[in-house]
Each structure stands twice: as C-alpha cells, then as structure tokens.
Design a protein around this ligand. Structure first.
Ligand SMILES: [Zn+2]
Length: 166
C-alpha cells in the first residue's frame, strides 16, 4: 500500500510536469498562429500599398528592380538582394506613412548602392532629406510588438489604394 502511494505520487508529479510543458507549448503556438493570421489578413493590403509606393519612388530613381516580396519577418523591416529583389515586412502597414516610405526608399537605393556608404545616404536623401531622424525613430520601434492596426485606418488605406488604382 505504502509502495503504491509512492508510485502514484511519482506518477502525479510526472503528469503535472508534462501538463505544464504542454500548456507552455500551446501558449507559444497560439502566439504563432495569431501572428500568422495577422500576416495572412494584411499581406495583400501591404503588397498593394508597398508596390504602389515602390513604383512611385522609382520614377525618381529609375533603377532595374526585381520582384517585390511581402514577408512575415520578426525584426527586419526590409531587405534587398543582389538581384534587386526587394523584401518588405507586412508590418510596414502599421507604421506611419513617413516611416514606411523611408524603408521603401532605403531598400530601393540598395539596388544601386549595396552598402551604407556616403553615396548610399546621398541617394536616399534625394527623396527623403530627413532620413537620419526617421532612421533613428525606426530603430526605437520593435517589429516584434507591432502586431495590429486600427480597423478605421485599415478601411481608409483600402479605399485610398482603390482610388489610386482608378
Ligand atoms: Zn540598408
């Protein structure tokens, strides 16, 4: 009887640990699922808005751009490949238009200057003269915590994009 009790206590302890582990992994998968849902919900809106701005700014730069991809990145706002493909974080949608445009111009300029040298910054400043303060402001925003958008803003953006397409 005594032996059984010890065993059952041991079993209970094991079950408790496993349950705790399962709860923990469930919590993180819920977090991932909501992040993925947000990405799927906003991806096309982000693509429409960003593509429109890329075309707009490239009227000035006239650079041979590759494909535009919208990604669900953890901490990067954008990147540019050697082939001139541009990648943007869908969460740019949740930033102010000023910051969003700065990221877009920044990546376009990397097609010509694949570094952060003075000729790169000169190129950026042709369109975004206050790039320095915008870059500073952007560094203070953690992409990990930028997760949602005001639904009014979303409706306004959607109608803005539709109007501009007409
Ligand atoms: Zn850069």
């Amino acid at each position: 009887m005594k032996k059984f009790r010890i065993v059952s206590r041991w079993v209970k302890r094991r079950v408790k640990t496993r349950r705790a582990r399962r709860t923990h992994s469930r919590a993180s998968s819920v977090r991932n699922a909501s992040g993925r849902r947000s990405y799927l919900t906003h991806k096309e809106l982000a693509r429409a808005l960003i593509t429109e701005r890329v075309i707009h700014f490239n009227k000035h730069y006239n650079l041979p751009l590759g494909k535009i991809a919208i990604r669900n990145q953890v901490s990067r706002w954008g990147s540019c490949s050697k082939k001139g493909n541009l990648n943007f974080n869908y969460k740019l949608l949740f930033l102010t238009a000023e910051l969003r445009d700065y990221v877009i111009v920044h990546e376009i300029c990397h097609v010509k200057e694949f570094n952060h040298g003075s000729s790169f910054w000169n190129l950026v400043s042709e369109v975004v003269p206050d790039y320095h303060s915008l870059n500073k402001a952007l560094r203070k925003i953690n992409a990990r915590v930028v997760v949602s958008m005001d639904s009014n803003l979303q409706t306004n953006l959607q109608s803005k994009i539709t109007q501009e397409k007409l």
